[in-house]
Design a protein around this ligand. Structure first.
Ligand SMILES: Nc1nc2c(ncn2[C@@H]2O[C@H](COP(=O)(O)OP(=O)(O)OP(=O)(O)O)[C@@H](O)[C@H]2O)c(=O)[nH]1
Ligand SMILES: [Mg+2]
Ligand SMILES: [Zn+2]
Length: 289
């Protein structure tokens, strides 16, 4: 039988078959490496149970990575929605990093500012996200407790991964979008007395044929050790037309004469905060030899 992995917990996988049934699967031997969203072929081993025999080639693999350790998040997704909120506070560097990882996989990306009902904090959050808006990314304000329609418009026909720091309201958004999803949110987890991160594994929910969202555990960091210097630079779309136009081919865009990127910043065509984030990320992930 063929199907899609809709949840991955350790080495256990929940597979939704193309026929519409749910099968609890394991992998045999040292295959591993199965990710939420993977399309798989599985062999039944009992009622509602099976073994994953093979994984189909992926159209995308959204992942973060520490040096020598990849941390896959979701396979075959077409879009990343980074969820932030006015409260608790968020890191614009983490947002930027997640978007760079999405760009690497040719996925679309947008930022969702949740908790729009907290008006003052939301205004501040939107102001901090202005550089991303200027770079061309949609920035959509919603309240998971109220109106989520500005987000719904962006989801049609896509498989969207909801990522972000803990407590931003990803699972609350899922519950607003998917009747009966019952994703665990902070209130429920407090009640169950579980740990700090409310969501513990990625889970795919179908909204309509061809439209799905993936709820993920909260992230505290977003390593990009799997990306080259060039891939990190290309993760800033406003830089792409300039790359290769600096006087020196190995230009670091810090202080070199004839730097096309610094010229664009000086001319106000690139937001200085975006440059700052690029340099921070490059310094952390790809220190110059
Ligand atoms: N005021 C307000 N609170 C919200 C909104 N959406 C979510 N919250 C609250 O924010 C808290 C965190 O929500 P969750 O949905 O559990 O957050 P999460 O991003 O899934 O967190 P992790 O699973 O730990 O990554 C809960 O107390 C929610 O009730 C909103 O639109 N407005
Ligand atoms: Mg959650
Ligand atoms: Zn340069």
């Amino acid at each position: 039988m063929r199907g899609q992995v809709i949840a991955a917990f350790g080495r256990q996988y929940l597979v939704e078959t193309d026929a519409g049934s749910f099968v609890r699967c394991v992998t045999r031997g040292k295959q591993g490496g199965v990710v939420c969203g993977d399309r798989v072929a599985a062999a039944p081993t009992g009622p509602g149970e099976g073994v994953i025999a093979s994984v189909e080639p992926r159209t995308s693999l959204f992942q973060r990575a520490a040096p020598h350790r990849a941390k896959p998040i979701a396979a075959n997704a077409t879009q990343t929605a980074v969820v932030v909120a006015g409260e608790p506070s968020f890191s614009d560097e983490l947002v930027c990093r997640a978007i760079v990882a999405a760009e690497r996989e040719r996925m679309k990306a947008l930022v969702v500012v949740n908790k729009a009902d907290l008006a003052e904090a939301t205004r501040d959050a939107l102001a901090r996200l202005a550089p991303l808006g200027a770079a061309g990314y949609p920035v959509v304000a919603i309240s998971a407790r109220g109106d989520v329609s500005p987000l719904v418009e962006r989801l049609a026909g896509e498989t969207t991964v909801l990522v972000g720091q803990s407590g931003m309201g990803k699972s609350t958004i899922v519950n607003a979008l998917v009747p009966g999803a019952n994703a665990e949110t902070r209130e429920i987890s407090r009640f169950l007395d579980s740990g700090r991160h409310t969501t513990t594994h990625a889970r795919l929910y179908r909204l309509a044929p061809g439209t799905a969202i993936v709820d993920c555990p909260g992230l505290q960091d977003f390593g990009l050790a799997h990306l080259s210097r060039a891939e990190i630079e290309a993760g800033f779309p406003e830089l792409r037309p300039l790359l290769g136009h600096c006087r020196f081919t190995d230009c670091s865009h810090r202080s070199e004469p004839g730097c096309a990127v610094l010229a664009a910043v000086a001319a106000g065509r690139i937001h200085p905060r975006r440059m700052e984030l690029l340099q921070r990320i490059l310094a952390a992930e790809r220190p110059a030899p």
